[in-house]
Design a binder for this molecule. Structure first.
Ligand code: NAD
Ligand code: ZN
Length: 359
């Protein structure tokens, strides 16, 4: 079976497009209980953007600190339960922030219409009913969460997305002005998620003309942003990075990620390491699997004076290594893509533990 994937319904792109959000949300005002639920990255509290959020008195604006941990099932359940008990079901859920806020928004949209805990929907096509209208406004670029069919959540047992066609945003507002304030280190790690998506999507068995077309374009944009003569953070590069993130997401949607993401999930689940940072830490050590990609990545690290930890694994005991390797090896689709359909004859739990020992 070939993937039959759903894309975003509506997209607005361009500097200043955030000002169109009001018109967009007001078109939904008549739906459900007539209020909007805004989820906004806590970073924007007290900043200019807070004043521009087009919330009315009936709306709920919730600021969320995304730094302590990546989105969890209990966080989604608790926001849903509180909002439902006090106000009912929103006309739309609007997320303004990075991948963490975008995933929370997608998950909450689904959990207003699907009963019980989000834990029971972690996986593919387990959601029973379409969610409420949801709008994504990215403020940091790279994860492709604005376009993907999944809302990644960490649950009691696994880090796994609520994945189905209703997860995809009905509308995204891509305003490159919003990513201008991202600090350099986060700009690098999150942007590199796109770069790694494209490399992993390309270097594997499921690569195809569709994923290559988006991946090549996203890679070209990443090279301009991180390596070219005008590389670095600038208004022009913010536009390019925002488009690269979207295209990188489309590339991997129609192909697959690989070993970097499998290992990164292990690090996130067991040590709580953030997704994009974990990818960078892993990727530097996988030159034998992704030769060209790692070489170019090293140039980008050097150019932007980013240092990643080395010899991290020396502090990990056998139990930790085994736990991380178990999380990683269970992501069979990623190994299948990266190593090939006979991957099980080449990759064992000990192989994966050895890969973690490189870190
Ligand atoms: P994030 O949302 O975790 O935010 C990273 C940091 O950047 C935070 O400190 C945040 O406050 C800050 N920030 C965001 N916008 C800013 C701005 N404009 N100015 C200053 N600071 C700003 O970032 P992320 O890296 O985009 O997302 C990571 C999350 O995305 C993880 O939870 C990961 O699991 C998820 N993810 C999802 C998918 C998907 O397809 N759904 C894909 C990859 C990753
Ligand atoms: Zn990723």
């Amino acid at each position: 079976m070939l993937k039959n994937f759903k894309g975003i319904e509506k997209t607005v792109f361009g500097r200043g497009s955030f000002s169109q959000l009001e018109t967009i949300v007001e078109e939904r005002r008549g739906e459900n209980d007539g209020f909007m639920l805004y989820l906004v990255d806590n970073y924007f509290k007290g900043k200019e953007l807070e004043k521009k959020v087009p919330a009315k008195d009936v709306d709920v604006v919730q600021f969320i600190d995304v730094d302590p941990e990546e989105p969890t099932t209990s966080q989604v359940d608790s926001i849903r339960d509180k909002v439902k008990a006090s106000k009912g079901t929103p006309a739309a859920v609007v997320g303004i922030g990075g991948g963490s806020i975008l995933d929370l928004t997608k998950a909450l949209s689904l959990m207003f219409t699907n009963d019980g805990s989000s834990v029971k929907y972690q996986g593919l096509n387990l959601i029973k009913k379409p969610g409420v209208y949801h709008i994504g406004v990215p403020t940091i670029s790279g994860t492709g969460a604005e376009v993907s069919m999944t809302a990644v959540l960490t649950g009691p047992e696994k880090k796994l997305g609520l994945k189905c066609e209703w997860t995809v945003f009905n509308q995204v507002v891509l305003d490159p002005e919003l990513i201008g304030s991202v600090p350099r280190d986060k700009w690098f790690y999150t942007g590199m998620d796109t770069y790694i998506h494209c490399i992993e999507s390309r270097d594997g068995a499921l690569n195809n003309a569709f994923s290559t077309a988006f991946g090549e374009q996203a890679l070209a944009l990443c090279r301009e942003v991180y390596l070219g003569p005008s590389s670095g953070q600038s208004a022009e590069n913010d536009e390019k990075l925002m488009v690269a993130s979207l295209m990188g997401g489309l590339s991997l949607t129609y192909s697959e990620v690989g070993i970097v993401h499998a290992m990164s999930y292990g690090l996130s689940k067991i040590l709580g390491t953030k997704h994009c940072y974990a990818n960078c830490v892993v990727f530097q050590h996988l030159g034998d699997y992704y030769q060209e990609g790692v070489k170019e990545f090293d140039e980008m690290l050097h150019k932007h004076k980013i240092t990643l930890p080395k010899n991290w694994s020396k502090d990990w005991d056998e139990k930790t290594l085994t736990a991380m390797a178990q999380v990683a090896i269970k992501l069979e689709h990623m190994w299948n893509h990266a190593v090939g359909p006979d991957w099980k004859s080449k990759v064992t739990i000990d192989t994966v533990k050895d890969l973690f020992r490189r870190l």
